[in-house]
Design a protein around this ligand. Structure first.
Ligand code: FAD
Ligand code: DLZ
Ligand code: SF4
Length: 505
């Protein structure tokens, strides 16, 4: 029996289920296709990362003696889509069956499910077992729970894997050291240089191709330094363990002008395309703790992001799709302002994050959540447009992880399935966690008027607009109490002030 084994651009793991039992005579199909590069206008670095990593992975398989049919984007016969390339490959190789691993996006799963009938061949879609919790495991946990809180899921994952556990109890006597993850960066703190990888010939060729074929896409390719092989990804992980992890806990939420990476791991692109596995990243961090090289607040904080958040959002995505993406619980309708693409805004925090995003296809979690995300939430930007932006601009963005984070966590568009309250904050939060406000044209202390920080002007209008929806939420009790004391004239004044700002966008 000859099997055609399909490997997608985010399935670049030697132990991926589609390659299990690969035999002489089988053919591995990998295809660079226009549809995947354009279904949103991905950042140039994201396309380059995926094509470069795909080409390197294809070569690695060939070195092992596996037959790889690799279709390049600039192949004149390229059909431009997964389905078209599969049809062409079936005509070339006449396989008895197709073997694939389930994809990371609903839209691609629907595509795959149509192939068997279309091609008249058995299509085996295998489970993606690179995740720590299978989709079934998550669904069993979710059951008919009313609330799907990450913290409780995370504790089960800790118990099941034994990571940071001691005799059935969490190491250090607590599950979560989140309260120790919120320091701002002292002025004198020295940030480490981070490991970046100069493009080799294969990556250089891909960079030229992306520049030529996708010139209008967002972002620059100049500083491309992402790991594109497993070997490089392991080096990046090592580098993080040495220079990032020890301070990861303390400064996880901090932001600084001109500094995109701080003490973050930068491993999400490598993890999401399969060059690293989540379990090995967690085990490495745990070993650093046991060796006394990193404190518990850092190690637990890092492991929580992967074993907790990453697994949880993946479970949530598949548990709630396809309806999840259509929710718009706060009835937000405003179009995305141009400055999300141009960085051209006097709001220093927003322009800084958009510039970092343009230059690196990266910004860290708090920048995504509390700057661009918080602005979108307060301004009532349309969730579809905001989701498309997040899916396009980050090198690590695939819908299974992007959608719950944006739709649920940042925008509260799911009405509170993911976050127990909206992450709405005035400028004071950004001022506390960054140096942005001291370089800004706006005054972070002023509450209203043209010079006042827009986050302050929008914050109360957001609460007023959503008062009925949020007033029964116990975690919103404090601001809702303050709002209840505000007289009608003051409310009208604040709404009008916010409207004046929004009209000027
Ligand atoms: P670190 O801060 O070093 O964290 C370590 C790892 O933990 C990350 O590599 C990542 O794999 C995992 N992680 C951390 N937070 C989350 C989270 N909330 N959800 C899932 N995994 C997490 N992450 C993506 O991988 N792809 C996305 O498309 C994406 N979109 C986001 C959109 C919004 C609005 C927000 C608020 C967050 C989003 N995140 C996304 C989560 C998070 O911001 C990134 O995983 C993180 O910034 C990646 O950088 P890092 O590798 O340096 O992470
Ligand atoms: C994101 C992406 C891009 C830009 N290009 C390709 C490609 O040409 N070929 C490919 O196999 N995969 C690509 N990908 C990743 C896919 O979009 C991803 O596999 C699906 O979204 C499922 O997660
Ligand atoms: Fe951002 Fe407001 Fe601070 Fe300016 S003052 S940087 S707009 S939070």
């Amino acid at each position: 029996m000859t099997a055609l084994r399909l490997i997608l651009g985010d399935q670049l793991t030697r132990s991926i289920s589609a390659l299990n039992g690969v035999e002489p005579g089988d053919i591995v199909l990998m295809a660079e296709v226009r549809d995947e590069a354009t279904y949103v206008g991905h950042h140039k670095q994201k396309i380059a990362l995926i094509f470069a990593a795909m080409r390197h992975f294809g070569e690695e398989l060939r070195r092992e003696g596996i037959e790889v049919d690799y279709v390049r984007l600039d192949d004149p016969a390229n059909a431009g889509s997964f389905t078209g390339e599969l049809q062409r490959a079936v005509a070339r190789h006449r396989p008895d069956a197709i073997i694939a691993t389930e994809p990371g996006e609903w839209r691609v799963l629907e595509m795959m499910q149509a192939w068997q009938d279309m091609l008249g061949l058995p299509v085996h879609i295998r489970v993606d077992d690179r995740f720590i919790a299978s989709r079934d495991r998550f669904s069993r946990w979710a059951g008919d729970r009313k609330q799907l809180r990450m913290e409780f899921f995370y504790r089960e994952m800790r118990r099941e894997t034994g990571i940071l556990m001691e005799g059935g109890e969490p190491v250090g006597g607590a599950w979560n050291f989140d309260a120790e993850n919120r320091k701002s960066l002292p002025k004198t703190h020295r940030l480490p240089a981070r490991k970046r990888f100069a493009p080799d010939d294969i990556t250089g060729e891909v960079i030229a191709l992306v520049e030529a074929r996708f010139p209008a896409h967002f972002g620059t390719l100049d500083g491309f330094g992402w790991p594109v092989t497993r070997e490089q990804a392991l080096e990046a992980l090592d580098d993080f363990m040495r220079v990032g992890l020890p301070f990861f806990g303390d400064y996880q939420d901090a932001m600084k002008t001109g500094e995109a990476f701080l003490h973050h791991s930068l491993i999400s692109p490598a993890l999401n395309i399969g060059l690293l596995t989540p379990l090995e990243a967690c085990r490495r961090a745990e070993a650093e703790f046991h060796a006394g090289r990193a404190p518990l607040n850092a190690v637990e904080g890092f492991i929580r992001q992967i074993l907790g958040w990453r697994e949880y959002v993946r479970g949530l995505y598949w548990h709630l799709m396809p309806g999840y993406a259509e929710k718009n619980a706060l009835d937000a309708r405003r179009p995305l302002p141009d400055f999300y693409w141009t960085a051209d805004t006097p709001m220093r925090c927003v322009s800084e994050v958009v510039k970092q995003t343009r230059d690196n296809a990266y910004s860290h979690h708090i920048q995504r959540l509390m700057v661009t995300g918080n602005f979108a939430l307060l301004a009532g930007l349309d969730p579809v447009a905001v989701n498309d932006w997040y899916l396009a601009v980050y090198a690590d963005a695939f819908e299974w992880v992007e959608l719950p984070n944006t739709h649920g966590m940042a925008l509260y568009a799911d009405g509170g399935i993911m976050a127990s309250k909206p992450y709405a904050a005035s400028g004071a939060y950004i001022d506390r966690m960054s140096d942005f406000c001291s370089h800004c044209a706006y005054d972070v202390k002023a509450k209203s008027g043209d010079k006042a920080c827009p986050f302050n002007r929008l914050y109360w209008a957001f609460l007023i607009r959503n008062e009925t929806r949020l007033k029964t939420n116990p975690r919103m009790a404090m601001p809702m109490k303050t709002l209840a004391r505000m007289d009608e004239a003051e409310r009208q004044r604040r709404v009008a002030d916010a409207e004046r700002f929004l009209d000027g966008l």
